[in-house]
Ligand binder design. Structure first.
Ligand code: NDP
Length: 325
């Protein structure tokens, strides 16, 4: 058994937090041989609620859980952490403009970046779930001088997983038969769920599916607007599936993907006709605790247009928060 690792979760008393924490504590993220100390972080108004969450964690008697810290102090919360899952964010209120949301959350993620830099391990791996996740991650990265930029990532794993099931149901295959699928760009309705490289048991997925109209008229909108569809049906936003995406993002980053592709929002470069220095979702593989972008893929005109469209949205978001970078 390895020494315990400290994992911080912000927004820990929220819906996603509640669906996430118990699975992390039980070893489902880092493995049954890797004990964890959970750092649960909340805003002062609901910090007291964390006591109840801690009681429930105690009552699970997880062998992998070696301690729980509950706090609203960010430097205590991120102290010596090797993983930080930034779930808490301000939701968009009635009548609020997108730019207001970006700015309000920007302030939160400026502070969190600074606190991570001051208190977390310099090797800390950071995942941003709270929306607008890509731009929040960009702000945190810029404000965290002691932690490499590459360690700041945004979650598109839920979008990726949503797409895998849509493909598997259409192609009547198992999700694990699918490889080389990826989501490009922003975690927003502009994301590009790209089937052009995907394979099903080694055969090109487009050939197996053989239905261009389904891809453009059903697959893209279903994946892009899945969050809203869940809210309509459940009368609450996705929480368990979002928590699962977050857990799998960190699990695969830490333990590896065994050569398979996954999707992560990571710092962009100027390949594929993109721009440097945004947090953009790419196809990646992970090994030895490091993510690596898949390079050298052919990009056809349709993919190029889709990738530029979501890039443009991220450029606009960045421009709205320029003074925080
Ligand atoms: P949730 O736990 O449901 O959601 C948390 C964040 O995850 C939101 O920003 C939400 O975005 C985002 N998210 C990303 N992907 C998804 C997805 N696929 N489905 C659903 N959500 C997604 O929110 P709650 O309100 O239940 O809990 C938030 C907690 O955060 C509260 O306990 C609050 O106190 C805390 N908080 C902390 C702050 C801080 O750290 N300073 C600031 C504000 C709140 P979206 O809103 O777009 O759904």
């Amino acid at each position: 058994t390895k020494p315990p690792v400290r994992v911080a979760v912000t927004g820990a008393a929220g819906a996603i937090g509640y669906a996430l924490i118990f699975r992390v504590a039980s070893g489902q993220m880092l493995g049954a041989d890797h004990p964890v100390i959970l750092h649960l972080i909340e805003v002062p108004q609901v910090e007291a609620n964390l006591k109840g969450v801690k009681m429930e964690l105690d009552d699970c008697a997880f062998p992998t859980l070696k301690g729980v810290v509950c706090t609203s102090d960010l430097e205590v919360g991120f102290g010596d952490c090797e993983y930080a899952m930034l779930v808490g964010a301000k939701p968009r209120g009635p009548g609020m403009e997108r730019s207001d949301l970006l700015k309000d959350n920007g302030k939160i993620f400026t502070g969190q970046g600074k606190a991570l830099s001051a208190a977390a391990k310099p090797s800390c791996k950071v995942l941003v779930v709270g929306n607008p996740a890509n731009t929040n991650a960009l702000i945190a990265a810029h404000n965290s001088k002691n932690i490499p930029f590459e360690n700041f990532t945004a979650m598109t794993r839920l979008d990726h997983n949503r797409a895998l099931t849509q493909i598997a149901q259409k192609a009547k295959c198992d999700v694990e038969d699918i490889d080389k699928f990826c989501v490009w760009g922003n975690h927003s309705p502009t994301m590009y769920p790209d089937l052009s490289h995907a394979t099903i048991k080694g055969t090109p997925a487009k050939q197996v599916i053989n239905d261009e109209s389904w891809i453009k008229n059903e697959f893209y909108p279903t994946v892009q607007k899945r969050g809203a569809a869940v809210i309509d049906a459940r009368k609450a936003s996705s929480a368990a599936s979002a928590a699962n995406g977050a857990l799998e993002h960190i699990r695969d980053w830490a333990l590896g993907t065994g050569g398979k592709w996954t999707s992560m929002g990571v710092v962009s470069d100027d390949t594929y006709g993109l721009q440097k220095g945004l947090i953009y979702s790419y196809p990646v593989t992970c090994a030895n605790g490091v993510w690596t972008k898949v390079t050298g893929l052919p990009v056809d005109q349709h993919s190029h247009d889709m990738m530029q469209h979501t890039l443009n949205e991220l450029v606009q978001e960045r421009d709205m928060v320029k003074d925080m970078l």
